[in-house]
Design a protein around this ligand. Structure first.
Ligand code: ADP
Length: 281
């Protein structure tokens, strides 16, 4: 079942200077996102990923074309609150997303704004903190947490609003490897166990391979859309568009280029090792 429909979306930002042309950053984009899926959105800087992310919960509106979320057009003012409730947005810097001085108050902020009754808020906050494994930190001060912990609290704040979809715009860019792993484990768990639709914008290809589907944007257009194995098999093509491939895929590609008979497209170390052992035997 489709959850988000992107139909012929065109978007331009106003020109910075008078007399300049407006800058078209999304150029007739169309695709659909299935309910419960985990989609990675890739593309080099400036390709239009964040602009698109802001359309999924109606922060930005298409100039032409439509974004339909759960059957609701984001251009329809009377239902925009329902769109915002069903699609949560997590941004890069957790410090900009945490507003209260105690973790549980921070997580309560979103549902309070939605007008949820207090007794339900308590239950939502506890459950959201448990689902990101931060319940034991509920009485802590957010600014004393690690980057990964802060980002998980920010995600809990979104979960407490009970969205059906979470869009994460480079949520791990400012985190150390441990923090990145914590956030990715949380995102995968929310997708698999709570069936929350995930749209993840990332520059880390080892994160993208964990998605069911990878969409690659380049200069406001979709240039690839498919399963990670299929998209990452085109190593040269991706490099031409200033994109990396996962490290294991790169190693396998180089071994293959130097004559080793590597089968398929290994996406992680285990798959790469198996392919090498097979090639040597
Ligand atoms: P990405 O997330 O892929 O890096 P963005 O969607 O942030 O891409 O940006 C796409 C293009 O739009 C870039 O060229 C960027 O400079 C421009 N842009 C982004 N935000 C604004 C804005 N608020 N005003 C004008 N131009 C913008």
């Amino acid at each position: 079942m489709k959850f988000i429909e992107v139909k012929n979306v065109v978007f331009a930002y106003d020109a910075a200077e008078e007399g300049e042309e407006p800058k078209t950053v999304l150029k007739d984009i169309s695709f659909e996102i299935e309910k419960g899926s985990f989609v990675a959105l890739l593309g080099h800087n400036g390709s239009g990923k964040s602009t698109l992310a802001k359309m999924f919960n109606g922060i930005l509106e298409p100039e032409s074309g439509d974004i339909v979320v759960n059957g609701l057009n984001t251009k329809e003012e009377s239902t925009i609150l329902d769109v915002r409730k069903s699609v949560g947005l997590v941004l890069q810097n957790p410090d900009n997303q945490l507003v209260a001085s105690i973790v549980e108050e921070d997580v309560a902020f979103g549902p309070e704004n939605l007008g949820i009754p207090p007794e339900q808020i308590r239950q939502r906050v506890d459950s959201a903190l448990k689902s990101v494994d931060m319940y034991e930190f509920r009485a802590h001060a957010p600014h004393k947490l690690s980057g990964g912990q802060k980002q998980r609290v920010a995600i809990a704040g979104i979960i407490a609003m009970e969205p059906e979809c979470i869009v994460l715009d480079e949520p791990t860019a400012m985190l150390d490897p441990q923090g990145r792993k914590e956030v990715m484990d949380t995102v995968i768990k929310l997708n698999r166990e709570k069936k929350i639709t995930i749209i993840l914008i990332t520059h880390y290809m080892d994160e993208a391979v964990q998605a069911d589907r990878v969409i690659v944007l380049d200069d406001g257009r979709i240039i690839r859309d498919g399963a990670p194995k299929k998209v990452f098999s085109e190593v040269e093509f991706l490099k031409c568009h200033s994109l990396d491939v996962p490290q294991a895929t790169e190693l396998a590609y180089r071994l293959s280029s130097s004559g080793m008979k590597i089968e398929g497209t290994p996406l992680n170390e285990t798959e790469c090792i198996s392919a090498v052992i097979k090639a040597l035997s």
